[in-house]
Write a protein that binds this ligand. Structure first.
Ligand SMILES: [Mn+2]
Length: 341
């Protein structure tokens, strides 16, 4: 048998933290649609028998019916593929959720919090998901693979690495159960269990994103990661130590080859001018600029001018822990600016 495993699409997520630049959220939502369509096209092309969606397919708070229609119409385009959805903590199968009230395509099965075992010709599928925004029911403990000679697959949404309220399940328990493949969702970074988010949701999800294609025959698993075409998120440092003005800084930012990706810039080093970056003057692919520079303070130990005494006092306050680094930097800049006027 063959399958595609996707997780954490988060359709209609607000993208609130990174939508300060015009149309960014809208553009990203289009990428979610495009990425999902790429999955369906792949399923068609490779005659994929099973599509496993391991939760957080959409954001319950923001999801629009038009998006559900979009998803379901694509499901209808692959009538020979069996689709199994394990709802997650962002799209739980609550009483008034779309999982309950919507008329889904015939090829779709949606799990709830009770473990369901589905016996197909060449695979047994065990699945369960969230019926509320939190879940600590430990259903995995009660699952026992009944036919060990058959292919066995687990489909669920949960936290493998932390004891949270999001279906905490451990890799040890999963390994002991003897599944041939575990299709899990929740963590957005890809590893052996998680395919990661289908489309990256921000700068904390750098690099390539996509889905898993697997073939499982006589308990022999072959799987590969399939990249989904999308703009990637990149974080880069720009050292301002040698720069003399905002203009020079903005020129430097505009000369970065962002190669159609989204950039977040950390300004680092010692600054010699007051940093004030007007994003309107910066290329569109740079979404955020964070100032992490430090002010360079040159002074002599025996400097007994007001400036020297001010610096010494402030250094003492930092060393004694009376003020933190951030406060130190701010007071130092304000103080030196006013003393040097
Ligand atoms: Mn989740």
């Amino acid at each position: 048998m063959n399958f595609v495993h996707i997780g954490d699409v988060h359709f209609d997520v607000a993208f609130s933290t990174i939508s300060s630049r015009a149309n960014f959220g809208e553009e990203r939502r289009l990428e979610q649609r495009k990425g999902f369509k790429q999955v369906i096209d792949f399923v068609k092309e490779h005659n994929v028998e099973y599509l496993f969606i391991s939760g957080d397919l959409y954001e319950a708070d923001n999801i629009r019916k038009s998006t559900i229609d979009y998803i379901n119409n694509l499901f209808k385009e692959i009538p020979n593929t069996k689709i199994y959805i394990a709802p997650g903590n962002h799209d739980p199968r609550t009483k008034n959720s779309y999982y309950e009230i919507y008329n889904w395509s015939d090829n779709v099965t949606i799990f709830d919090s009770t473990v369901l075992k589905i016996e197909e010709k060449d695979v047994d599928i065990y699945g369960f998901g969230f019926d509320n925004f939190e879940m600590r029911d430990f259903q995995l403990n009660d699952i026992f693979v009944s036919n060990k000679s058959k292919n066995n697959i687990l489909v669920t949404h949960g936290d493998l690495y932390n004891n949270t309220n999001y279906n905490p399940i451990s890799t040890d328990v999963i390994k002991a159960k003897g599944f041939d493949y575990s299709a899990i969702g929740h963590i957005h970074k890809r590893d052996d269990y998680y395919p990661g988010s289908l489309v990256s949701l921000g700068f904390d999800e750098p690099g390539e994103h996509g889905f898993i294609y697997g073939e499982l025959n006589n308990k022999e698993l072959k799987k590969e990661f399939i990249k989904v075409e999308q703009k990637e998120f990149v974080t880069e440092n720009v050292d301002v130590s040698e720069m003399k003005s905002n203009e020079e800084l903005i020129e430097t930012l505009n000369n970065i080859d962002t190669n159609n990706n989204f950039y977040e810039i950390y300004l680092v080093g010692n600054r010699h001018f007051e940093i004030n970056v007007n994003l309107k003057l910066v290329q569109n692919n740079i979404i955020k600029v964070k100032d992490k520079t430090k002010i360079e303070v040159v002074f002599e130990e025996n400097d007994n001018t007001i400036r020297g005494i001010f610096i010494k006092l402030l250094n003492e306050k930092l060393q004694s822990g009376e003020i933190n680094e951030e406060k130190y930097q701010r007071i130092m800049e304000l103080g030196l600016n006013s003393l040097e006027k």
